[in-house]
Design a protein around this ligand. Structure first.
Ligand code: ADE
Length: 588
């Protein structure tokens, strides 16, 4: 009895038989086939009697016509022609496919042997076909998805290229006009200094937003105007630095030598001139080792890729701190401190960066820069102990508060007065004045990187990009650079130039955030791509750029200050000294 997977239209049955008649083995004398379609057996079977052959003893197929009977099961009765019947294979042919079945032993006589695969016909199994088709469909889907992703990336790259090419065209026009000395550079910039002429050719050689976009600080080194020493084109910081180097012994700072220490606990630790790093490579760290057993864990303040920040109580911290700073703190009570801890499993690079961060931070001593108090580096895990600012970061602090208006008064919401907002902005300017005097470039000034203590005191820190809360503030360029584009100057985005002048731009945005109580992201109505397009408009300076609007509580004088931070020409932006003075002079 042969059962099939479904009802089929049977044409023939082939029985492979032995015919060694001298050994009394013969093909069958007769076969009667019964057919079952659905559940009933057909009353009329098919019977067939092959011609017996007493001449040729070789095995052969005996073909039985099944007369196109429709059946899902066939029962066959084979009749002996002699003592033995020996079948090796029985195959059925139906209209659509050929089915091979394994033999059951005959009811009488010795067991028959089977020879699978004897039949040269290509055999198709329906369920396998379905799996095969499924796999092919899945592969096609995956290929289509890959093609869509590739096309999408190409379209996005083209958009960037288009934006950059438009700028390149403008730049070429400008450079031609300078060469012929008949046309002016643009409406607002009639006199082109030699340094500007040099920087024009930048675009003709390499454009950072093209497919070859590179991490800015690496890219900039390739440009001839930046491979020269510090007198680089168009940055007020560099010209100031060359003066500073002679006047105050401040290290000479070339933009091309910026060492970016971003990495360990996710922070940038400010961009540091390489020469400063040489000074720092000495053994001396200007802070003391603190016995970690005197730290009592209170709560977790934050977490980054490379470690955690804990709020701790430190016993006797006053004995370990600088005298100037210890005098600011109260008596011998345990002191609340923030402890930044490197993960125990951090790799060697992360450890080195953490130690470098300590060296740099230990030299920054200003009332408006977060102070490194002590360290635990004699054993693992490496720790930095910084002062604790009880009101968290400025972004979250302001988000929880409202301006002092009628609405807030009626709703009893916590408020911050305009004069306190201005006070906080003034402290940020003061901290930045200190950093810029050392030629430190922060690169990521924003309210998220400022901490708030008692009585609206502000200290600038740098948490880097590690906090999930602010991941939306950073834009990833094709999986490479991660940039806070909404705070970045046009030259930082397009040329990879990070200078004090670009910190000034970021200060303007930070001031805007402060006066809007961080209720929305800068340029919230623009997508990241549109922000980059707008950067192109800042570069072209043809009055098509979109500026952040004047906040409701912002007086005209302060908005004027903001706008001056966003001037196209870096030299025309105010210094932090000027910004600080302007803020102090602004009426409350
Ligand atoms: N989170 C990270 N560092 C901090 C600090 N120094 N004070 C308060 N919160 C923090």
């Amino acid at each position: 009895m042969f059962e099939f997977d479904r009802t089929r239209n049977f044409t023939t049955m082939k029985v492979h038989c032995n015919n060694m008649f001298t050994h009394r083995v013969k093909t069958f004398r007769k076969v009667v086939c019964f057919f079952r379609s659905e559940s009933d057996w057909e009353p009329a079977p098919v019977s067939f009697s092959p011609v017996t052959d007493d001449v040729n003893p070789s095995a052969r197929f005996v073909t039985v016509s099944l007369l196109n009977h429709m059946a899902s099961a066939i029962k066959c009765q084979y009749y002996f022609a002699d003592v033995w019947m020996m079948f090796s294979e029985i195959t059925f042919q139906s209209d659509t496919a050929v089915y091979n079945t394994t033999l059951a032993p005959p009811k009488t006589g010795p067991p028959t042997s089977t020879q699978p695969g004897d039949d040269p016909t290509h055999k198709i199994d329906d369920s396998n076909t379905r799996i095969l088709i499924g796999c092919l469909v899945a592969i096609i889907f995956i290929l289509v998805a890959i093609i869509v992703i590739i096309l999408w990336r190409q379209v996005w790259q083209k958009m960037l290229e288009k934006a950059s090419r438009r700028m390149l065209d403008d730049e070429l026009t400008a450079s031609l006009s300078i060469q012929s000395e008949t046309l002016t550079y643009n409406n607002n910039n009639n006199s082109s200094s030699p340094s500007e002429q040099e920087s024009n050719s930048t675009y003709e050689r390499i454009f950072p937003l093209g497919p070859d976009y590179q991490e800015p600080s690496r890219l900039i080194r390739k440009l001839p105007e930046f491979s020269q020493p510090a007198e680089e084109a168009g940055t007020s910081a560099a010209s100031k630095s060359s003066q500073a180097s002679t006047q105050e012994g401040v290290p000479h700072y070339a933009e091309a030598d910026i060492v970016n220490l971003q990495g360990v606990t996710g922070s940038n630790t400010y961009a540091v001139p390489a020469i400063t790093m040489d000074l720092l490579s000495g053994k001396d760290v200007a802070v003391e080792e603190f016995p970690r057993k005197l730290l009592t864990f209170k709560e977790k303040l934050g977490e980054g890729q490379f470690g955690e920040v804990h709020l701790c109580e430190a016993e006797g911290m006053q004995d370990f701190m600088d005298e100037d700073f210890a005098s600011e703190t109260s008596d011998s009570q345990p002191m609340l401190v923030a402890v930044k801890m490197l993960r125990a499993d951090a790799n060697k690079n992360a450890r080195n960066d953490f130690l470098k961060e300590i060296k740099i931070m230990s030299r920054l001593k200003d009332p408006n820069i977060i102070r490194l108090l002590a360290v635990c580096i004699c054993s693992d895990p490496l720790c930095m102990i910084t002062e604790y600012m009880e009101n968290g970061d400025l972004n979250q602090f302001l988000s929880r508060h409202e301006p002092e208006d009628l609405m807030a008064l009626l709703s009893n919401a916590p408020t911050v007065s305009y004069s306190n907002l201005k006070y906080m902005a003034t402290q940020i300017a003061s901290g930045m004045k200190y950093l810029s005097s050392l030629n430190f470039v922060h690169r990521d000034l924003a309210t998220r990187n400022c901490l708030v203590g008692k009585n609206y005191t502000i200290k600038i820190a740098d948490f880097g990009m590690s906090r999930n809360l602010y991941s939306g503030d950073y834009y990833r360029i094709q999986g490479r650079a991660v940039l806070p584009i909404r705070w970045m100057s046009w030259e930082s985005i397009l040329l990879g130039k990070f200078t004090t002048a670009s910190d000034v731009w970021a200060f303007g945005v930070t001031l805007w955030e402060t006066l809007t109580f961080c209720k929305e992201q800068p340029y919230s109505q623009l997508t990241d791509e549109q922000v980059i397009e707008n950067t192109g408009e800042f570069f072209r300076d043809q009055k098509r750029q979109i500026y952040l609007p004047q906040p409701a509580i912002c007086p005209d004088a302060l908005y004027k200050l903001m706008l001056s931070c966003w001037r196209r020409n870096t030299k025309e932006r105010p210094s932090f000294q000027e910004i600080h003075r302007t803020l102090l002079e602004c009426p409350d």
